[in-house]
Write a protein that binds this ligand. Structure first.
Ligand code: FAD
Ligand code: N01
Length: 543
């Protein structure tokens, strides 16, 4: 009721805690563990039926991480590191989910988590300096601090294809895959979307389906994962000096120890191009292929060297030259959309029952009751798989009706793009923190490193407030504006803003256009956050 919402202190409160954390993925789990250790009362609210976040929801065949699992792992507890050994270079979704469950059990986290509980609204009470949250289960929860650990890639994009609701066959979303799996044996299957989820699942679906038709709007760059045992380059330094390796990761550009090259693509020879590209291609890792040359994300000519060599690889693998050309990305610079890691993706198009449809030349007119209609052809399917991505970085946050000081909603404030200070907080919404939020390195990094850094920073900040006898923290307008300028300046010297990517918000119709993460590097960012904290939270008002 409106009256209740505007005078929250007058209504019944079901739970009253120091901190509410939304989400029980890797961010929420570690946040809960840290805060509990520090003596705060915490409630975690999670829409899913269990822990794991990304790894709970994305159960499509072939789902794996794309950062080596030795790096995509918590590092906050050496004993945890000893207790868990990853089975391969890139673990599967079930193994990563088991890891999240293992962590939840080891630290007895589930007792403070409400599952199957979605937060729908949050309202700041300025007089009492408290947040009041409402859930879809009818709970009213009050808290002093409110942490959105709700994920950067957790809100699936709603299908924006005409007629999607008409199809009478089976419909699947990679991001909401059935827990019992799907058997496509003997079925005619359509997959829409060729981002990481499509590229990982397509080879698996092709192994079962009698016919597979892939609907591609934009080809993506993909490199072979070369999955198998953990690479010696990662295992040896970890075994020799685990803490040293983790330290190097925390102070690296992308959260994974990697050579920092000074070799410029535009100034080096063909031999150097080939040698460095081959080594990166062989590594089967994203960070080496994204840093073959120091200038590849800055200048088109250097970038084109890498792009051309990926095209050559595609042409070597795909036998039909026309199909090979369709699979070669030419509309965006290499790395400006997240490149994919695959196992047998391009080779799948050599199979006789697999067909590629180029939606640029043959757009979908409508999804029909029995299949998909293009302008010049109609195709019938038993199943349609949407691998169409997410409303990334801001979607899950603004899908909660969050009202800050004076009733301004976050959706209104961010109508032209998100504004944050350090990707952690936003003016007008005191005591609200986001983990890996817009304006932080987030999705451009090994997320585990970024998650731990944000959780630790927030935990330290709350401890300092408590120690200083303060109840509130909020950024200043000047700090927020300054950070926004810096985030944009960093992006603008790169090629990133030139692509129609989800990094730019370009994949969701109507979403404001702007580069969402901070591209200045995990190391520079950590330095900035540490400096702010060490200077009595410079750029924040505390009271
Ligand atoms: P999430 O794991 O997304 O968890 C957020 C949780 O919040 C979800 O469980 C969601 O249900 C819940 N939630 C959201 N809104 C609400 C609400 N209103 N009420 C209640 N609950 C809510 N990153 C890497 O660094 N390396 C990788 O290899 C990698 N692989 C990926 C593979 C896939 C298929 C995808 C989709 C992403 C991948 N990512 C990867 C990014 C990945 O999202 C992060 O690494 C990490 O798992 C995010 O953890 P999180 O806890 O921040 O968010
Ligand atoms: O989503 P995407 P994703 N009609 O947005 C197409 C992480 N991740 O789930 O490019 C037709 O990348 C769309 O086409 P276009 C990783 O960070 C990691 O695959 O917009 N097509 C695109 O091809 C990743 O980047 C892994 O022209 C439509 C595809 O659908 C992020 O999550 C695995 C369409 C969506 O690709 C998102 O990946 C999975 C339409 N109306 C995810 N709408 C790992 O490997 C969209 N598309 C670890």
């Amino acid at each position: 009721q409106e009256t209740n919402d505007s005078t929250p202190e007058a209504v019944n409160i079901d739970v009253n805690v120091d901190v509410v954390v939304v989400g029980a993925g890797f961010s929420g789990l570690y946040m809960l563990h840290r805060l509990r250790q520090l003596g705060f009362s915490v409630r975690v609210l999670e829409a899913a039926g269990d822990v794991g976040g990304t790894w709970y929801w994305n159960r499509y065949p072939g789902a794996r991480c794309d950062i080596p699992t030795t790096d995509y792992t918590y590092s906050f507890d050496p004993e945890l590191e000893k207790a868990w050994v990853w089975s391969e270079k890139y673990a599967t979704q079930p193994e990563i989910l088991r890891y999240a469950q293992f962590v939840a059990e080891r630290y007895d986290l589930r007792r403070d988590i409400d599952f199957d509980t979605r937060v729908v609204a949050a309202r700041w009470d300025d007089a009492a300096a408290r947040w009041h949250l409402r859930t879809d289960t009818g709970q009213h929860i009050a808290c002093q601090f409110y942490v959105m650990a709700s994920g950067c890639l957790s809100l699936p994009k709603t299908p924006d294809i005409t007629g999607a609701e008409r199809f009478k066959g089976e419909v699947y979303f990679t991001s909401r895959w059935p827990h019992d799996g799907v058997d496509f044996t003997g079925k005619r299957v359509a997959v829409i979307g060729t981002g990481s989820s499509g590229i990982q699942s397509i080879p698996h679906i092709a192994r079962q389906a009698s016919q597979l038709t892939v609907f591609q709007r934009t080809p993506n760059f993909s490199i072979p994962a070369g999955n198998g045992p953990v690479r010696p380059e990662r295992r040896a330094p970890l075994e020799a000096d685990r803490e040293g390796y983790r330290h190097e990761a925390r102070w690296s550009r992308a959260g994974v120890p990697n050579e920092r090259t000074q070799i410029y693509g535009r100034y080096s020879t063909r031999e150097v191009h080939r040698e460095r590209f081959s080594a990166a291609w062989q590594s089967g890792e994203l960070i080496p292929i994204l840093s073959v040359f120091a200038d590849q994300i800055l200048f088109r000519d250097a970038n084109a060297v890498v792009a051309r060599m990926v095209h050559e690889k595609i042409r070597e693998i795909v036998r039909d030259p026309q199909v090979a050309e369709l699979l070669c990305p030419t509309d965006h610079a290499f790395g400006t959309k997240r490149p994919c890691l695959d196992t047998d993706y391009y080779a799948t198009f050599n199979l006789p029952h697999v067909r590629l449809v180029d939606l640029r030349r043959h757009p979908i007119q409508s999804i029909t009751e029995t299949g998909i209609a293009l302008a010049d052809e109609s195709m019938d399917f038993d199943a349609i798989v949407y691998a169409t991505g997410f409303d990334a970085m801001t979607g899950a946050i603004v899908s909660v009706d969050i009202a800050g000081r004076d009733g301004l909603t976050l959706k209104q404030k961010w109508a032209h793009g998100p504004l944050t200070y350090l990707g952690l907080m936003t003016v007008g919404f005191p005591n609200l923190f986001t983990i890996t939020g817009p304006g932080s390195p987030s999705v451009l990094s090994n997320m585990m490193v970024s998650i731990e850094q944000h959780v630790d920073w927030i935990a330290d900040c709350l401890v300092r407030l408590r120690a200083d006898g303060m109840a509130m923290i909020e950024p200043t307008q000047a700090a927020e504006a300054g950070w926004a300028t810096h985030v944009n300046d960093c992006a603008d010297i790169t090629l990133y803003p030139t692509a129609d990517s989800w990094y730019m918000g370009a994949n969701v119709p109507g979403k404001p256009r702007g580069f969402l993460p901070y591209v200045g590097g995990v190391d520079a960012y950590r330095g900035a956050c540490d400096e702010v904290a060490a200077s009595d939270y410079l750029g924040f008002r505390r009271s």
